[in-house]
Write a protein that binds this ligand. Structure first.
Ligand SMILES: [Zn+2]
Length: 99
């Protein structure tokens, strides 16, 4: 699968091998994907049925745009820290068992 930057239309590869079950997802190489479930206020996309849109932006466009609204999702940050800790414990225990 190929993806395209929504701003400049550059074609980006997709990391299909990360989804060997055949359930390929939008995962651009050299870019970022943004997912939206719609927005109250949009007259184009606000389905309220769990459907979504994925939009790709290439790294070049993302690094040069001034219209970015950044933030930190603290609960997601905590989930990531716990997942990293679980992975480190798994790796440590696997090494201990091997020795
Ligand atoms: Zn682009």
């Amino acid at each position: 699968m190929k993806t395209n930057c929504i701003k400049c239309d550059k074609q980006l590869g997709n990391w299909d091998v990360a989804y060997p079950e055949g359930a390929s997802q939008v995962h651009p190489l050299g870019g970022t994907v943004f997912r939206s479930y719609g927005n109250y206020g949009s007259t184009v996309f606000d389905p309220l049925d769990a459907s979504y849109l994925d939009i790709c932006v290439c790294d070049s466009c993302l690094s040069t745009t001034t219209h970015v609204y950044a933030g930190v999702n603290e609960s997601y940050k905590q989930e990531q820290a716990e997942a990293r800790q679980d992975l480190e414990e798994f790796a440590y225990n696997t090494l201990e068992e091997a020795n």
